[in-house]
Design a protein around this ligand. Structure first.
Ligand SMILES: [Fe+2]
Length: 132
C-alpha cells in the first residue's frame, strides 16, 4: 500500500510538514525498491541510517513546536517518539545482526507505514488546532 501525502495531513507548521513529506518519501522510495526487487543490505542500511538521523532532529523540532504552541498532545507525542525510536533502533540492530531478509524488509516497511498512518496523521495533525 502506498501512502500518498494529502493536504489534510498538514499540521499548520510549515517546517514540520516539510519534514513529514520527507518521511513519506522514504517509504515511497522503499516501496519502489521492493517492487523492483532492488533490495540489498547496503540500500536498506543506508535508508535506515538516513531515516534515523533525519528523524531524531525532526522529533526534536516537533517537540519544541508542540511545547511552544502549548499543544495538549505534546507529552503523549514525546512518549510515542521515544517508542518509535526504540522500535527503529531494534530493527536497525536486527539488520546488522541478521542482514536483509524478506521478512525483515516487510516489517520495516510496515513499521514506517504505521508511523505515517497512526502517528503523523492521527497525532501530529492535532498541532493544527493549537496554531489556528
Ligand atoms: Fe510526532
Amino acid at each position: 500500500m502506498t501512502v500518498i501525502w494529502k493536504d489534510e495531513y498538514n499540521t499548520g507548521e510549515p517546517e514540520i510538514d516539510k519534514q513529514h513529506k520527507v518521511i513519506f518519501k522514504y517509504l515511497d522510495d522503499l516501496e519502489a525498491h521492493m517492487q523492483a526487487g532492488d533490495i540489498d543490505d547496503n540500500y536498506v542500511k543506508c535508508l535506515m541510517d538516513n531515516l534515523g538521523i533525519f528523524t531524531r532532529s525532526h522529533f526534536c523540532y516537533e517537540e519544541i513546536c508542540m511545547r511552544r504552541y502549548k499543544c495538549p498532545i505534546g507529552a503523549k507525542n514525546k512518549d510515542i517518539h521515544t517508542k518509535l525510536l526504540k522500535t527503529y533502533t531494534a530493527y536497525r540492530h536486527q539488520l546488522d545482526d541478521e542482514g536483509v531478509t524478506e521478512d525483515l524488509i516487510q516489517k520495516i516497511h510496515d513499521f514506517i507505514e504505521s508511523w505515517l498512518l497512526n502517528h503523523i496523521i492521527k497525532i501530529d495533525t492535532q498541532l493544527r488546532d493549537c496554531i489556528d
